[in-house]
Design a binder for this molecule. Structure first.
Ligand SMILES: Nc1ncnc2c1ncn2[C@@H]1O[C@H](COP(=O)(O)OP(=O)(O)OP(=O)(O)O)[C@@H](O)[C@H]1O
Ligand SMILES: Cc1ncc(C[n+]2csc(CCOP(=O)(O)O)c2C)c(N)n1
Ligand SMILES: [Mg+2]
Length: 329
């Protein structure tokens, strides 16, 4: 038996891989992990594929999160990209690059988190393969695959004048959770320290949970496609920044009604990482699932986003190349 405290640097690849494969559980693939590639059944004949990487430093800090949450988040952010196309997620391929000090317990927890997020957010989706590497920088790169059944894909470019702009999922909690970490859980030198959740209010704990273990409304992606959504994307970087991408792709103006964004509209507008689904629907369509209207689509001389009819200032969200400050952690 290899104990959870064993360090991957003291083990061999086969042992580490076996530890993961024991945990990621049964898959619906024609051929799951173990060969050169997985073989997947694609009932609709159309597969959706996407990749998203979590890198220690700009995307997470080990002092602020744990293996389970990291695995969960790596799955959730990828499932959201598949859902945002109107597809049903079926498979994840997980590339794990880790420092030699990483313990087998941590590796197992990452695998547990991946599996739990799939089970809760996208039942039927499983880890069907991956890769292991050694690196000074802990990195989790996940490729997600999904299938289109019937309607879809729903792209970013289909929004039309007169459509309703709607959101399913939350906007703001994950960003508030990140602010808490930066503001309250660093030492005198600015280095991240583990969050003491006992010091937090229930709302703050909820925000922290949203940052570390986001719960995007994955099933609403298919529902939106079936209801006739004209455009869709997940909000990863910030509503203003991501909506501007949809506006440009569709050559329209998206006019957001700030009163529809709840009490903390300013965080809802610029905070990312909740991975809510932003979609447009023809006027008169009954909004599916948890979608709620937050504005409307107008023809615009120059494509872009308005808030209550006015042009917002600032970039409106996270840009890794502009916003990551190595010194801040
Ligand atoms: N290195 C790359 N090579 C080819 N295409 C890329 C590369 N990086 C990004 N893209 C493509 O550019 C588009 C935008 O990429 P991005 O990672 O910002 O995706 P997103 O969905 O906007 O963000 P998120 O993954 O946070 O939801 C995607 O279609 C993506 O596939
Ligand atoms: C330690 C730490 N520093 C900063 C952030 C903020 N952050 C990282 S990725 C991202 C948006 C989605 O990224 P992508 O578009 O690459 O998927 C945001 C807002 C964080 N989560 N943790
Ligand atoms: Mg996306």
């Amino acid at each position: 038996m290899t104990g959870s405290d064993a360090r991957v640097g003291d083990l061999d690849e086969r042992t580490v891989l076996a530890h993961i494969l024991d945990r990621v559980g049964p898959t619906g693939a024609l051929l799951g992990p173990g060969d050169d590639a997985a073989v997947l059944a694609a009932p609709g004949g159309r597969i959706v594929a996407s990749v998203d990487t979590l890198v220690h430093g700009p995307d997470f800090r080990t002092a602020w999160t744990d293996g389970f949450s990291l695995g969960w988040k790596a799955a959730a952010v990828n499932l959201a990209d598949i859902a945002a196309m109107g597809a049903r997620p079926t498979s994840l391929l997980v590339a794990l690059a880790m420092p030699p000090e990483t313990t087998l317990g941590e590796v197992g927890a990452i695998a547990d988190g991946l599996r739990a997020a799939c089970a809760e957010l996208a039942p039927g989706c499983a880890v069907d393969g991956g890769d292991l590497a050694v690196s000074d920088t802990l990195t989790v790169a996940v490729t997600a695959l999904g299938v289109l059944e019937g309607s879809g894909p729903v792209t970013r470019s289909g929004a039309r004048d007169g459509d309703v702009l709607a959101v399913s999922g939350r906007l703001g909690p994950a960003a508030r959770g990140l602010s808490l970490l930066f503001e309250r859980f660093r030492d005198g030198a600015g280095r991240p320290i583990p969050p003491r959740t006992a010091d937090l209010t229930a709302d703050e704990r909820g925000d922290l949970d949203a940052q570390l273990r986001p719960r995007p409304p994955i099933a609403d992606g298919r529902r939106a496609a079936e209801a006739g959504a004209t455009a869709m994307m997940d909000v990863s970087d910030g509503l203003l920044l991501d909506a501007a991408r949809m506006a440009r792709a569709s050559s329209v103006t998206l006019d957001i009604d700030s009163a529809a964004l709840g009490g903390d509209a300013s965080t809802a507008l610029t905070g990312g990482e909740d991975h809510a689904l932003l979609a447009t629907f023809p006027a008169g369509v009954r909004l599916p699932g948890s979608f709620a209207a937050i504005g409307r689509v107008r023809e615009g001389a120059a494509p872009g986003v308005l808030v209550d009819g006015e042009e917002p200032r600032g970039r409106g969200g996270w840009d890794p190349y502009q916003d990551w400050d190595r010194g801040r952690g």
